[in-house]
Design a protein around this ligand. Structure first.
Ligand code: ZN
Length: 698
């Protein structure tokens, strides 16, 4: 079925091109990359050209002639390139990085060419909608919309202007993040006096000493200094939380909130220009504002809906946040709590009230026990069995496991996944993620296969891998994404699993799974000491839970403020060419959303990379949006009684049949309604965050 390209130098099939099964990880090495990419790219270009010619010869076209044909032509290049991408994340090396960098531009160019192909656009538009099922219709319409967003529907002269604006905007975003990085690098606070380091934990002192060594102080030690404080997260956060000296905290704080806001590295000009460009792009495509354009392809659909949710949460949260500040003030015995005091006193109060060594939890979470607990839960909820299948296929590291998922009722194998559990700093990137190794497809008759990647501590000296609670939550989160990828019943690959799901609905199954870690009976069913078998004590669980909701009011308000600021800046209510600067708007919203007013010189926006250098512009709100939905989904299980196994299984079955099965085949609002019988409400999120308890009891 597939092409049989061979390396010119030998008769052995290049394992990156061999598509007879899952990737042959034991045989792939960096020298295979270039020949594989080059030959699949040639085949792709050839195939795509033939398709374009075919499309140009008379219409209409059928779904199979356009979408399925594209899948066939694109698959070899796509799968080869995605394996290369995967390996750069989990098995990096100088050779691999070099060849990845070399190949990337030509691959990106090939994919871009598709997005800008007029024959493809015309072919899509020629498909007779009446011949399509609902899933196919959604796929075709989304594809057309996405091509239109790259300017394909515009007249020639407009298109040139459009492309110029797009390019300028990409350049400005890069400049924005470079300015931010540079200005962070530029700031270095060198301290030599031990008194100045009072309060800081050993891990922070180690980091500051390392920074001092990097700046030429070879003699620096964590105990005796000198120390260097910088403005990047791992350095800034512990300093604000623990440095006893309020004066030094103020100094570092002021530097932090004015990052990239003056001189050559000034981001405020970039912000202004970016907002103007975005508005213009939106207007060229026929939208009233950039926010309107962004929301048109999201579950929320409109600014009004987003702002309604933000206002509702704001109204329910304010009193709690005010109460938190009041208590913090009392505790600190300060007349005025300055912005640079908040993190410091919050930490002290938290330590006093319910701090415990997070490390003390690890012995209760050996990896094998946690996995078993998570698989048992999935069995109970979704009627699936997870079966170890090591040896069935090759892996990229001996610690990587392979599992098969079997549907309990039919006894049929429905999916598989790789689990790469441990950190390997030399070759694997940090964090945790789920990615598709292979998606469900009726064109190729393939079952879904997922990569589930974590970064836990490996087993040492006869001890099993012991996870932190945060690691456990993360594993559940990524498994939630994997379940949606693997349990899909959609056969059209562009809408199967996590494909084609709206940006603000993607985190539903992942955050939903996290909720189970906070359910005491579920957690205690597997949180057992790896040596003694003792179950995690109730009092430790209670402290864990109290810590989660500590200052939930202030944390929620902050997120709401970011969401509101992002939407308003991109809405028709704000004119980037008008007299009101983005900073004025920031101050204005602070009056409503901040319990500790920002300083007048606060230039937080100059460091807000999410919306000016990342993909979150008019799309920051989904953090809360998805949390509301996942908490509400979990509440469906609470309502039937978490101890009632039969009712839980019933509800789980419905979750599987809707959220986990339908993928991107339908509007997420409809999918959710089918599961829940109504739209999501924020009540459960507020309750889970402790924002419904009587204030006097807090
Ligand atoms: Zn996620």
């Amino acid at each position: 079925m597939m092409q049989h390209n061979r390396c010119s130098s030998s008769l052995v099939v290049n394992p990156l091109i061999d598509e007879t099964g899952l990737p042959a990880f034991d045989r792939i090495s960096p020298e295979h990359v270039e020949p594989a990419v080059v030959s699949s790219l040639e085949a792709f270009n050839e195939g795509f050209k033939t398709l374009e010619q075919g499309w140009a010869m008379g219409s209409p076209k059928s779904y199979e002639q356009v979408i399925d044909a594209m899948e066939r032509v694109g698959a070899p290049l796509f799968s080869c390139w995605s394996v290369v991408g995967h390996l750069t994340s989990v098995k990096n090396s100088d050779e691999l990085r070099a060849v990845h960098e070399k190949m990337q531009p030509i691959v990106v160019e090939a994919f871009q060419k598709v997005g800008q192909s007029k024959p493809l656009y015309d072919a899509l538009n020629s498909i007779d909608k009446k011949t399509l099922d609902l899933t196919q219709l959604r796929i075709v319409e989304k594809e057309i919309k996405s091509m239109e967003r790259s300017g394909i529907g515009l007249e020639k002269s407009m298109q040139e202007k459009f492309n110029k604006l797009k390019l300028e905007s990409a350049e400005l975003s890069t400049k924005f993040s470079n300015n931010l990085l540079d200005s962070q690098k530029y700031f270095k606070l060198e301290l030599v006096d031990k008194v100045d380091m009072e309060g800081l934990p050993a891990s922070a002192l180690g980091l500051y000493s390392k920074y001092a060594q990097d700046s030429g102080h070879d003699e620096s030690t964590p105990e005796h200094g000198p120390w260097v404080i910088t403005l990047d997260g791992p350095s800034y956060v512990p300093f604000m939380q623990h440095a006893k000296s309020s004066k030094l905290r103020e100094l570092v704080y002021r530097a932090f909130i004015t990052r990239a806001s003056t001189g050559e590295k000034d981001n405020s000009v970039i912000i202004q220009r970016l907002l103007v460009i975005r508005k213009e792009i939106a207007s060229m495509l026929g939208y009233g504002s950039y926010a309107e354009m962004s929301l048109a392809t999201k579950m929320a659909k409109s600014e009004g809906k987003v702002m309604d949710l933000i206002s509702l949460l704001h109204g329910k949260t304010m009193d709690y946040a005010l109460d938190e500040v009041k208590k913090l003030k009392e505790y600190s015995k300060m007349d005025k709590l300055n912005p640079w005091d908040v993190a410091y006193w919050s930490e002290r109060l938290k330590e006093d009230k319910f701090e415990f060594e997070e490390e003390a939890l690890r012995p209760y979470f050996p990896l094998q026990g946690v996995l078993q607990g998570m698989f048992d839960l999935s069995n109970k909820l979704f009627g699936i069995k997870v079966i170890p299948a090591d040896g069935e296929t090759s892996v990229w590291n001996p610690d990587v496991g392979f599992f098969t998922i079997v549907d309990e009722q039919s006894g049929k194998k429905i999916a598989s996944f790789f689990l790469d559990p441990y950190s390997r700093p030399a070759e694997k990137r940090g964090g945790a993620w789920m990615a598709s190794c292979q998606g469900r497809s009726n064109v190729f008759k393939r079952l879904p296969v997922a990569y589930l990647i974590c970064n836990g501590s490996p087993p040492v000296a006869g001890k099993p891998s012991l996870m932190s609670f945060r690691d456990v939550e993360t594993l559940f989160h990524e498994f939630g994404h994997s379940l949606q990828h693997m349990l899909t019943e959609i056969q059209h690959s562009d809408a199967a699993g996590i494909n084609g799901i709206e940006w603000d609905a993607v985190e539903l199954p992942s955050q939903f799974m996290e909720n189970w870690c906070w359910h005491q009976d579920t957690l205690l069913s597997f949180a057992k000491h790896y040596e003694t078998g003792q179950v995690l004590p109730d009092e430790l669980f209670a402290k864990l839970k109290a810590g989660k909701n500590y200052h939930a009011g202030m944390t929620m308000l902050r997120q709401l403020q970011f969401g509101a600021l992002d939407i308003t800046l991109h809405s028709s209510k704000y004119d980037p060419k008008g007299a009101k600067t983005p900073f004025d708007l920031q101050q204005e919203l602070s009056k409503e959303y901040s319990v500790i007013p920002p300083l007048p010189e606060d230039r937080f926006l100059c460091g807000f990379s999410h919306i000016f250098a990342g993909g979150y512009s008019a799309g920051y709100y989904p953090y809360k949006w998805a949390e509301v939905m996942s908490a509400d989904a979990f509440a469906a299980f609470e309502e039937v009684g978490l101890e009632n196994d039969a009712a839980i299984a019933e509800t789980g079955k419905r979750f599987r049949a809707t959220v986990l099965s339908l993928g991107g085949s339908r509007d997420p609002t409809e999918v959710y309604r089918e599961f829940r019988g109504r739209d999501p409400t924020p009540e459960a999120l507020l309750r889970h965050s402790g924002l419904t308890s009587p204030l006097s009891k807090l």
